[in-house]
Ligand binder design. Structure first.
Ligand SMILES: C[S@@+](CC[C@H](N)C(=O)[O-])C[C@H]1O[C@@H](n2cnc3c(N)ncnc32)[C@H](O)[C@@H]1O
Length: 147
């Protein structure tokens, strides 16, 4: 039996993780649309769906370049940061998530730039381009104030 190098094993794991998330994302987006049928109009009208504590912690993002890592297809935080005045680049390991996010951006009329990238490397995103790097594990329901 041929032994895998540590790098080959790592790449194999990453491929499995990516494929699993690719399968998950279409349903994840449907979940969001079910929970918030006004999803697109909410963000088109300037909506923000991030809890107050997080917003306070990050501070005023107006005019800042913000990188949102692990954005998912709904890209709830990426669209929210944009509505709070940031210029946003958002990335995810899953090409399916990025495809869904780009579709959402088109419907919303958002300028967020979506890129497929592994959070461990962030390639092909260039270094030294951002004022804020952000990531969170939240869910649509119960994470933003009053929603
Ligand atoms: C539970 S979701 C969180 C999404 C969003 N940040 C939120 O809190 O609503 C986790 C996301 O991380 C992405 N992900 C998993 N491993 C990743 C990695 N190594 N690099 C970048 N994204 C990754 C998944 O595709 C998924 O979109």
């Amino acid at each position: 039996m041929t032994e895998r190098t540590p790098e080959a094993t790592k790449q194999q794991h990453l491929k499995m993780v990516r494929e699993a998330w690719d399968l998950y994302h279409p349903d994840y987006m449907q979940f969001h649309l079910k929970a918030r049928p006004d999803f697109h109009t909410f963000f088109r009208n300037g909506g923000v769906h991030i809890d107050r504590t997080t917003i306070e912690l990050v501070g005023n993002v107006e005019g800042l370049r913000l990188l949102d890592v692990c954005c998912a297809g709904d890209a709830t935080q990426a669209f929210s940061w944009e509505n709070l005045g940031a210029s946003v680049v958002a990335c995810d390991l899953s090409p399916k998530a990025i495809e869904i996010a780009k579709d959402n951006a088109r419907v919303i009329g958002s300028s967020v730039e979506f890129i497929v990238a592994d959070a461990q490397q962030l390639a092909p995103i260039p270094d030294e381009q951002f004022d804020v790097a952000f990531t969170v594990l939240a869910s649509l329901i119960g994470t933003a104030d009053g929603r």
